[in-house]
Design a protein around this ligand. Sequence first.
Ligand SMILES: Cc1cc2nc3c(=O)[nH]c(=O)nc-3n(C[C@H](O)[C@H](O)[C@H](O)COP(=O)(O)O)c2cc1C
Length: 325
Amino acid sequence: MAPVLGITGWVYRNAYSRFFGGYDFAITPFIKSSKGRPSTLWDIRPENNDVRFNIVPQVLDRDADNFVPLARSIFDLGYDTVNWNLGCPLPMVRKKGRGSGMLPLPHEIVSFLEKVMPNMPNKLSIKVRLGSESATDLVKLLPLLNDVPLKEIIIHPRTGKQMYTGEVDLDAFEDAISVTKHKIVYSGDINSVKTFKMLSERFSSVSGWMLGRGGITNPFLPEEIKGFPQSTDQEKLDRFLAFHDEVFLGYQKELSGPGHLIGKMKEVWRYWADAFEGGNRLLFKITRTKTAEKYRATVSDFFGKKPKLRIEMNGLKLKKLSIQP
Ligand SMILES: Cc1cc2nc3c(=O)[nH]c(=O)nc-3n(C[C@H](O)[C@H](O)[C@H](O)COP(=O)(O)O)c2cc1C
């Protein structure tokens, strides 16, 4: 499960794990170090997390003196691996030379790793893009990392500048993986079994596959990729609704007030809307909802009419994603 800030936090992960299988591990949305304030670790506190897959907390920072104490606190909570975010494309983050903004500085990355790795008890994996502005940053960086004992490298083959637009650059991904000795996980635009098959046939050396937006829109997709038995549409609808209710109840407990709650559900429905015929109309209705009761009635009415799912195994075409098999 890819980290998707705002969506794949503990409420979503717990609910997902209750109703679906298919994921082996989840990288959490990034945690920023803030001088060890306990609220920073809320998303990964063991008492908040009840899932059947491994969790790898992700940290966004470029200062080794911040990173190491945070990695230690994460270890003390029971996590043996930390992921370092070198992919965040947000302009504010990139400008400060963090996330993908650090990718044009390979020697600073190596020096950061030399400082943190001997001083943290956890293993380290990294999540990168092809570069910040240029898609050639990563091919220059990777040979320098071959002797660094990283657990794995997760690559989202876009530049930071691209954000989430345009195509994933599979040729640049191929160039990058040809110069690394590390285990590679691919992340980007996997939105159907067909896309997964195309990618896994082309990149047979890749050891893991990460699903973000495609797995949110179609929560059955990880199971389909793993070849779990298929459910009927009615079973899928029932499971989707039960999952929805669990997410809703989780956020109702976590967030204060209907504005925040409905705002959060709207964020999730931006993805889920694509899974149903009439989903966009529902999303529009949800945006006009002011109370939890009205929200629940609106969703219940929608499911009561047995909406048609648009997530058949090979059929899902997500408008925000770019690979078309
Ligand atoms: C709204 C949003 C938030 C994201 N948050 C994170 C994050 O916190 N850390 C990270 O490494 N990647 C983050 N990503 C990137 C995803 O993990 C993933 O690499 C990217 O979306 C491509 O995969 P996908 O097409 O399967 O979504 C985010 C992506 C989106 C769309």
